[in-house]
Design a protein around this ligand. Structure first.
Ligand code: FES
Length: 199
């Protein structure tokens, strides 16, 4: 199925790298976006497309936490629980998610809409607590806005406006007072403006 549906993308990937192994990560992202997770059958298909031993693909999927070897929700919500985010309320954010979704960490809601996970520093400590939703950044999250955020994500899914799991649609957001996502200019990866010297 990948071969038929993504023939030109696969050709581009294979021609971009001198070694087929170098195409494993982008190929897995493509497969994960298509199937939602990377179970055994999908891994074998990726191996077949890249003409590599399936073991090579299994070990990559097992190593990286951004590859999901079992089904996850339409929205994968990852809460940073490293020290700066914890000081600013990450545990309260996680508690609000668990309470409102009725699930524990690493679980998916029955309707397949949400999965929640803990992750380590997302490199957005200046806007803690930070979370990611399908790898899009949400800054300065508070427990009070979780309900509105979940409603916004649910309605985006109903309109077919989800972000791909691979993060290929990832952007930066803050939460409006009602919890809805508001896109802002990308923050990470930007070179800071030069500051005038203290003198
Ligand atoms: S500690 Fe949460 S983003 Fe760095």
């Amino acid at each position: 199925m990948l071969r038929e549906k993504y023939a030109s993308e696969i050709d581009t990937l294979r021609s971009r790298f001198a070694h087929r192994r170098s195409a494993v990560l982008p190929m897995l992202y493509l497969a994960q976006d298509e199937y939602g997770s990377l179970g055994e059958e999908v891994v074998r298909e990726v191996a077949d497309v890249l003409d590599l031993p399936p073991t090579d693909i299994f070990e990559v999927v097992g190593f990286y936490t951004l590859f999901y070897d079992r089904p996850v929700g339409t929205w994968m919500i990852q809460v940073c629980d490293d020290a700066p985010c914890c000081y600013c309320g990450a545990e309260e954010v996680m508690a609000a998610l668990k309470e409102q979704l009725g699930i524990c960490e690493n679980e998916t809601t029955e309707d397949g809409m949400f999965t929640i996970q803990r992750v380590k520093c997302l490199a957005a400590c200046g806007n803690a607590p930070a979370i990611q939703v399908n790898l899009a950044y949400l800054y300065d999250v508070t427990p009070e806005k979780i309900d509105g955020m979940l409603r916004d994500l649910r309605s985006r899914a109903e309109r077919g406006e989800t972000f791909r799991l691979s993060g290929r649609d990832a952007d930066d957001y803050t939460l409006a007072p009602d919890g809805s996502l508001q896109r802002i200019e990308r923050r990470l990866g930007k070179t800071p403006e030069p500051q005038p010297s203290a003198a």
